[in-house]
Design a protein around this ligand. Sequence first.
Ligand code: ADP
Ligand code: ZN
Length: 521
Amino acid sequence: MTITQTSALPLLRDIFGYDAFRPGQEEIVDAVTAGENVLAIMPTGGGKSLCFQLPALMRDGITVVISPLIALMRDQVRALQEAGVCAGALTSGNTEEETEAVWDAIEEGRLKLLYMAPERLASGAAMGMLRRIGVSFIAVDEAHCVSQWGHDFRPDYLRIGELRRALDVPLAAFTATADQETQEEIVQKLFDGEAPRAFLRGFDRPNIHLAFAAKDSPRRQILDFAAARPGQSGIVYCGTRAKTEDLSNALNAAGHTACFYHGGMDAEDRRIVETRFAREDGLIVVATVAFGMGIDKPDIRWVAHADLSKSIEAYYQEIGRAGRDGAPAETLTLFGPEDIRLRRNQIDEGLAPAERRAADHARLNALLGLAEAMTCRRQTLLAYFGEAAEPCGNCDLCDTPPATFDGTTSVRKALSAILRTDETYGSGHLIDILLGNTTDRVRARRHDDLSVFGCGQEHSKAEWQAVFRQMMGRDLVRPDPERHGALRMTEPALPILKGEASITLRKDTIKAAGRRPAVKA
Ligand code: ADP
Ligand code: ZN
């Protein structure tokens, strides 16, 4: 069976296991799929390989991938094969069987991606072979290797231009390091001087103000945020369908024009909302993540998250819908322990293999790290995508640096409360123990006999909630997927418990929403 599909999103999910594109990927995937010549510069770790792997599945014929790194090629081929994609490599490291299998796949018309080291191009036989087998696209990884002045120069890369001419197919060149000079050289050598479509933009969207707030009373918080921005077009993202209807009603009652949108509505109703949003000024759409694909409205002035996204990639993509026109836009993301619990459970309850679940947890951790960041959010966000930046002056933490405190003792007390109760309770009961509250439950379990009982009276209940939330955010404790709400200690917490590491926490429990003071409607 050949996999040839017309829509990128299902493939992104089903084959690659990602829920959203990373910055820059979607535009590049579209251009490559459309058969344009492309030069894309992305930082290391930015996710270049997806930009040719995904289009390879959407196009007819074989995509040839030229890469200088044999180990990397083999890794990619293995990962693709595990995902059910027919991919192969012709490299010097191949066993005879491997080469045999690649040829079989080519002859049977199954092969979608063929990885090759540039040295191969030196032989006339390879050129002839590539001409016969129906190559429809060339992807060049580490394209800066074509630069004679760079230290990664590979003479065989100079043959790629020849290959492109001989096959007369589009070519996409990828690299992480390309100054102006190298870029020009790539255009000369790989594209014969004919300017390809270039993607050189960094990931930063400096006009978007970033802000997070602990979820306190979400409806009030969203209403305040919207009230401070009367008459502006905005999107509120919610975790559930029911909540979209609920919040939309509340916004209308507060005098806004709002409507809801989710995947459970029929196609016609959804289309009506999309059209209204595109045409009307000042409409608020309260939606699940089903809303957004194909929404190309340049003047969305704000995006609010009533519930936390599922990964840092999803967050970036969702807030990225604001301010496409370059004018100032604002965002607010609410998050609390319930969000963390829900997202962790969704990952744990999914049927994905263990490796993918671990990657999903890591992507959620990155978002939680951003939520609990103590310095510039944009720096934290861009660093995740491999881009260095100065403090931005356009995020809540640059506006008002948070007060912090040495949280080592507090975290150790919380951890011992968890361990002394056998990791079977949620934060509510644990906080009762720490505060020394003799609730019925505390009495029934005899937790007032524990040495930790009442040892945390230096904090209020709200402060302890913030401590637990930050512990969850930093993945020091995780909800037990088997026992509802119960918190378990993770390995990274051990050095803190043992007194070998210290930890700084944010003091503020509830941050003000957005930059401007909220105006009561
Ligand atoms: P590069 O070649 O740009 O250095 P890779 O293509 O190896 O980067 O990707 C870097 C990492 O990013 C990989 O671990 C990959 O799984 C991950 N990744 C790529 N695209 C996405 C996405 N859309 N969502 C989440 N993770 C992604
Ligand atoms: Zn900042």
